[in-house]
Ligand binder design. Structure first.
Ligand code: ZN
Ligand code: ZN
Length: 306
């Protein structure tokens, strides 16, 4: 076989994961008929207001397979058509509660169209047509759900930010020794970052409320246990833990995971991951429960990076 022919067959039969992004705009309302108006308002806050509110959703579909003779896992125009036909064409500019019967809460089987229940139903409807390996759905840039095909399980991520200063130095070492290890980050008066912190929880999707946990309770935990104590501080001096422990991105991410783990358990979910981005160039990720999961971080990361 000539070299040209070999090259033409280069990827044939080899595995690859591809992703496709699709957007739609839709409205929804969180309102359960079995609850009183006051109870709906207490449970769902402004999301219970009539007639509803909307989001610009972004869906990321990951698909796996072997390359064909054309060098593709799947023909992208067929992928595009399947996503439009099965999902976006049915949801774009619609009221989600009425768009699909899965979200009709006037029946006992109906479930509220939260991000995590929406992604579950999208999987059910799309998976007969495409070899999906993972789905991600952004409700907004700071809130998204991941779904890997486990029937009632989803991952929910909220993004928050805080600004803080730190200095990387081990107290028992000299300035020269610290600069040899940490470079500019060891300069005596510190420097700052605008940190992004993504907190991912894993949990069972409630068959009625469609939620893995109370989102406002989760945001409150992040606010109270991370943002309030860390924002606009000099971490080494203002957060007692970092007077002893060097506040590298890795240590900050681990400390955030340690602070959040038990309280998140108490609201009915599991802390899955903390990702702390220190700058556009570096981030640290902590998988808080990997040993208990029959999946690898790579499984979740197969979803296109946000
Ligand atoms: Zn909403
Ligand atoms: Zn730094």
């Amino acid at each position: 076989m000539t070299e040209t022919k070999l090259n033409a067959r280069h990827g044939l039969g080899r595995g690859c994961v591809i992703t496709r992004r699709a957007c739609f705009s839709a409205s929804h309302r969180y309102w359960l008929p079995e609850l009183s108006a006051d109870d709906n308002a207490a449970r769902f806050g402004p999301c219970a207001l009539a007639p509803g509110h909307g989001h610009n959703y972004e869906l990321i579909v990951s698909m796996g397979g072997e390359l064909d003779t054309d060098g593709m896992v799947l023909n992208l125009s067929e992928v595009k058509h399947a996503i439009r036909h099965e999902v976006t064409g049915q949801l774009d500019f619609r009221f989600l509660n009425e768009a699909w019967p899965e979200f009709d809460v006037s029946t006992p089987e109906g479930c509220l169209p939260t991000t995590e229940s929406l992604i579950r139903v999208i999987w059910q409807r799309l998976s007969p047509h495409l070899p999906i390996t993972a789905l991600r759905l952004y409700e907004q840039p700071g809130l998204w759900a991941d779904y890997l095909g486990h029937p009632m399980e989803a991952f929910l991520t909220i993004r928050s930010h805080f600004a803080a200063a730190h200095r990387l130095a081990r107290p028992e070492l000299s300035q020269e020794e610290n600069e040899a290890i940490y470079g500019k980050c060891a300069r005596p008066h510190g420097h700052g970052h605008n940190y992004l912190v993504d907190v991912t929880v894993r949990g069972a999707i409630d068959a009625r409320s469609g939620m893995v946990c109370d989102l406002s309770a989760l945001q409150r935990l992040v606010d109270d246990l991370v943002l309030e104590p860390f924002d606009h501080t000099f971490l080494n001096k203002d957060v007692p833990f970092f007077s002893e422990c060097v506040p590298t991105a890795e240590n900050i991410a681990l400390h955030i995971a340690d602070r959040l783990s038990a309280p998140i358990k108490a609201i009915g979910a599991n802390l899955h991951k903390v990702r702390l981005q220190e700058s556009p160039n570096n981030a640290a990720e902590v998988y808080a429960e990997v040993p208990q999961l029959e999946m690898t971080p790579a499984g979740l990361e197969a979803v296109a990076a946000g």
